[in-house]
Design a protein around this ligand. Structure first.
Ligand code: AP5
Length: 209
């Protein structure tokens, strides 16, 4: 199954994707995670995108489309994938149509207030990238990852100014994709406000499991 998770920053796309991998048995591809790994590795891509990402703006379409096109050409995703964070512009969606055929687009319906609460409390493992939240998903030991014992940190783009910018960018450049995919009969809205188990159940219903 070839799925897109679409929604505002902090809607819970990455959290659901980790669970959905075991439900639909296909790999999870997060463009944000690929960019963050490149930043940590200080690769040419990482150096190019660091300031853009930290300010809450989008990486240019050309760079992002090339990255995803290359990733979707690999063997492990020929049977399917979960795309999280791509496409984010009409130009990216039009490019994707040319190199892959999507089955469903899951649109996360959630108000800004909930997004602010989720992002401002998010903590991420420096080592394995696992996500936590200071209220909704606390690690067993404060600031330590349950999975790998890595140290937890707050993402640079989870500061208030960057969150505000990301929401503005979402409204201007990404929200138009809701109509783009609805017109193609691919869009399914899910209520993303419940806690994680509720969202997982909403996702299962949306894909008919
Ligand atoms: P990216 O990493 O994709 O960021 P995003 O879309 O802003 O999404 P987030 O990772 O912030 O949120 P999420 O929806 O995954 O929520 P999460 O599950 O973590 O992209 C980062 C940057 O990279 C972009 O700003 C851009 O610069 C660049 N980029 C990436 N893709 C690009 C593209 N295609 N084109 C151009 N540039 C691109 O959850 C958030 C918090 O809430 C966590 O703490 C979690 O524990 C908690 N939580 C999750 N679900 C629930 C729930 N149901 N109940 C309570 N708490 C919950």
């Amino acid at each position: 199954m070839k799925l897109i998770l679409l929604g505002p920053p902090g809607a819970g796309k990455g959290t659901l994707a980790v669970r959905a991998v075991d439900i639909v048995n296909v790999p999870h591809i997060s463009t944000g995670a690929i960019f963050r790994s490149a930043i940590t590795a200080q690769s040419p891509l990482g150096l190019k995108v660091k300031a853009i990402i930290e300010s809450g703006k989008l990486v240019d379409d050309e760079t992002t489309i090339e990255l995803v096109k290359e990733r979707l050409s690999q063997d492990d995703v020929q049977a399917g994938y979960i795309l999280d964070g791509f496409p984010r512009t009409i130009k990216q969606a039009e490019a994707l149509e040319k190199f892959s055929k999507i089955d469903k687009v899951i649109n996360f319906d959630i108000p800004d207030k909930a997004v602010m609460e989720r992002l401002s409390g998010r903590r991420v493992c420096k080592n394995c990238g696992a996500n936590y939240h200071i209220i909704f998903h606390k690690p067993k030991k404060e600031n330590i990852c349950d999975i790998c014992n890595g140290e937890l940190y707050a993402r640079e783009d989870d500061k208030e100014a960057a969150i505000t910018k990301r929401l503005e960018v979402y409204r201007e450049q990404t929200a138009p994709l809701i109509e783009f995919f609805r017109e193609r009969g691919l869009l399914i809205d899910i209520d993303a406000q419940p806690r994680v188990e509720g969202v997982v159940n909403n996702f299962k219903k949306a894909i008919g499991i």
